[in-house]
Design a protein around this ligand. Sequence first.
Ligand SMILES: [Fe+2]
Length: 196
Amino acid sequence: MTFLLMKTKINREDAIVLWNKYLKTEYLKLHTRESEAIMRKLALHFGEDEEFWGVTGLLHDLDMDIIGNDYKEHGYKTVEILKKEGYDIPEMFEAIIAHTEGVSGYDAKRKTKFDFILAAAENITGIISAYIAIKPDKKIEGTKVSSLKKKLKSKAFAASVNRPFIYDIENQGIELSVFLSIAIDALTEIADEIGM
Ligand SMILES: [Fe+2]
């Protein structure tokens, strides 16, 4: 009866082991690490569980090196991996599936505040990293909220980033400007690690 042994929590140390085991592509490691940092800061902002929010950011794309270009199973495969590794963490699993809304082949849909925040946090990394790549000094430090807002409005810029998922953050009790400022602060803190 192995289900009795399923763990309903995961700490960062154990999450890092899985992160290193399943994610090999450098870009994905950066993206998920950035998502973690932003989720941690957002948790602090909302008075929520910093470790849980951070670890969910870290693990949300755990299946990406396995699914390749077939997004049909995206999110669901991550949950499958985590279950196989002995975890059953419904709130985390729901948010991981929900962030694939409109992308995966099933019925993924953001429902909870946590779902909406994860989807916004992981998407904003795409805008920020694309912006840093064209910034002359290539540094996150000193990045302005207004600059990111302009890039968000320019649909051709980092066109694959899901803008609606970012704008939806405003329905979760936080202004877009505050959200962007938190994201900049979070990535500035880990700038050396993520090469920004
Ligand atoms: Fe992601």
